[in-house]
Ligand binder design. Structure first.
Ligand code: UD1
Length: 346
């Protein structure tokens, strides 16, 4: 079969999606963005085009709009779909689980129906390390790997990711035309080097880095560090922070890798750096690399937080020939550059 360069990127105006669109073009692919802007801003599309110096195809629609999707799948013979579009706020998912079960599951099912109808070869699904929950690692084991069987998602959001993984696995088992990767992201941070695209939280940020940068520019008064009594060296939680550009490149590698796999293949990959940082370490790095003083204080633990999780990325490194290129210092600096430059009314 001829190798089509068209890749459908659902949620392509979002944080990880927009960076992936840039890296797809850099690698010679033709991304087509599908986004309904429920959680993204249209200036991001303009800025993607400024970075690339060319126009990118955009369809303003929801994944669930199957009539519309059919027209798109008819027009482009996609080599693959990268499915980002989903709701992703852990706390909101606890308060409003039906929103998450509805949108995250139905969006995926609509996409898979179209892929089946049009025999689209490859799917890259956006999953999350949150499917692991609080992993208990055997003594001496460094980082969580994909073979852990006891998955224990701590929130409805995390549960939707696990259910979606199972939907993809069942679908691939029944479908002789396609293959898939399930990418379990650790904690994406940072922004494109240009400072033109980055994370755009709506309202008060849930995630650590945008909360830090918004506090440092004066939008927020003070960062609350959620808990200081965890069983870690400094008492705060540990995460594997990965530069969003490294994560974006992993998607391009996934598309390339799938092209050389048999139909019926479905593989899970952790996407992380393999290095954990505590909340206090992140604050310290932020202050040192940006020369800013951050207001922060300890507060109670946040419900649903896991104590410590970081990736064992050996599988993705050996299969994709991919390795994170940026360290947490550089990612934090890029997040800061974006915070300074980004439109504040967006
Ligand atoms: C979680 C999920 C991740 C998901 C992401 C989406 C886990 C392990 N990870 O990331 O898969 O994609 O949500 O939003 O569940 N923190 C503070 N103060 C703050 C904000 C955060 O101390 O104001 C701390 C948290 O307690 C945590 C760390 O910073 O220890 C990172 O938090 P956050 O950026 O929200 O990401 P996760 O919750 O790890």
């Amino acid at each position: 079969m001829e190798n089509s360069k068209y890749i459908l990127v659902t949620g392509g105006a979002g944080y990880i999606g927009s960076h992936t669109v840039v890296e797809l073009v850099n690698a010679g692919f033709e991304p087509v963005i599908l986004d309904d802007f429920r959680n993204a801003k249209s200036f991001i599309i303009e800025n993607i085009q400024t970075i690339l110096g060319r126009k990118i195809e955009l369809i303003n629609a929801a994944c669930q709009d199957e009539n519309n999707l059919r027209t798109i799948f008819q027009k482009y013979k996609f080599q693959g779909v990268i499915h980002f579009a989903a709701d992703k706020a852990v706390g909101e998912s606890v308060k409003n689980p039906l929103k998450y079960y509805d949108n995250n599951l139905s969006g995926l099912v609509s996409i898979l129906k179209m892929m089946e109808e049009f025999k689209t070869p490859s799917l890259v699904f956006s999953s999350s390390c949150s499917v692991y929950g609080n992993p208990s690692l055997p003594e001496g084991v460094h980082g969580v790997d994909e073979t852990i069987k006891e998955l224990d998602p701590e929130s409805p959001y995390a549960n939707t990711k696990l259910i979606c993984e199972q939907i993809v696995q069942d679908w691939i088992a029944s479908n002789p035309n396609s293959n898939a990767t399930l990418l379990r992201y650790f904690n994406p941070i940072g922004a494109h080097k240009s400072g033109l695209i980055g994370e755009l939280p709506q309202g008060i940020p849930n995630n650590l880095l945008p909360y830090i940068t918004q506090t440092a520019v004066g939008i927020r008064k003070s960062l609350t560090v959620f808990g200081n009594d965890y069983s870690t060296a400094d008492g705060t939680c540990i995460r594997d922070y990965i530069h969003v550009t490294d994560l974006a490149v992993a998607h391009v590698k996934a598309i390339d890798w799938l092209w050389n796999q048999n139909v019926g293949t479905v593989e899970i990959f952790n996407v992380g750096t393999g290095k954990g940082s505590s909340v206090l370490e992140v604050i310290d790095i932020f202050e040192k690399t940006t020369n800013q003083k951050l207001n922060w204080e300890f507060g109670p633990r946040r419900e649903g937080d896991v104590q410590e999780i970081f990736a064992n990325p050996a599988k993705i490194e050996s299969n994709f020939g991919w390795k994170a290129q940026f360290d947490v210092e550089e990612a934090i600096l890029d997040a800061w550059n974006w915070e300074i430059k980004r439109p504040k009314d967006a």
